[in-house]
Design a protein around this ligand. Structure first.
Ligand code: HEC
Length: 149
């Protein structure tokens, strides 16, 4: 067989082989999948190296993080009335200032919640690009400035 024919035959074989096995498209992860990924990635030791020169430094940084990442859903005062919500989105974040708020005085629990998110529409910030230090800062800001005490 002439080399050109051999090459053509080989090429045809490759095309057929390629058609036989279309590339697998992985399914889109569900909310439960991404929360599970965030839970698996979460390591409380990530907060160990957080050193703030003063408590205020954490609050100031947390306020910046809150403005950028949280206000659009939770609102400036943490009442759950951010632009996303008032413009008709179906998300309903709870207000942070209830007397019996779930995370009252619970920095540890709050940081975990912010990192992992929920299937109910709270983003998993640990996977969305917030560093542990910023998760810590925004949690301190919420506890210090937006809750009832
Ligand atoms: C896209 C909208 C959205 C953004 C942005 C968002 N959240 Fe949420 N958040 C929610 C929703 C919706 C819930 C309620 C989730 C549920 O009920 O499962 C929630 C719940 C929470 C809760 C639990 C409240 C409670 O009483 O149970 C905390 C704490 C919280 N978010 C903090 C934050 C912080 C901090 C940020 C910014 C880093 C942030 N959220 C950004 C939508 C958002």
């Amino acid at each position: 067989m002439r080399p050109a024919r051999l090459v053509a035959l080989l090429f045809a074989g490759l095309v057929v082989a390629a058609c036989d096995s279309p590339p697998e498209v992985p399914p889109e992860p569900t909310a439960a999948d991404t929360i599970a990924m965030a839970v698996a990635a979460y390591d409380p030791a990530g907060f160990d190296s957080n050193a703030w020169d003063t408590p205020d430094e954490a609050i100031v940084r947390g306020s910046v993080v809150y403005q950028y990442s949280c206000v659009k859903c939770h609102g400036a005062q943490g009442l759950g009335d951010g632009g996303f919500v008032t413009r008709g989105d179906t998300l309903r974040p709870p207000a942070f200032n209830a007397e019996d708020w779930a995370f009252q005085g619970n920095l540890e629990g709050l940081r975990t919640h912010v990192f992992t998110g929920t299937e109910g529409g709270m983003p998993h910030w640990g996977l969305e690009g917030l560093q542990y230090r910023d998760v810590d800062a925004v949690s301190r800001f919420i506890l210090d400035r937006l809750t009832a005490n």
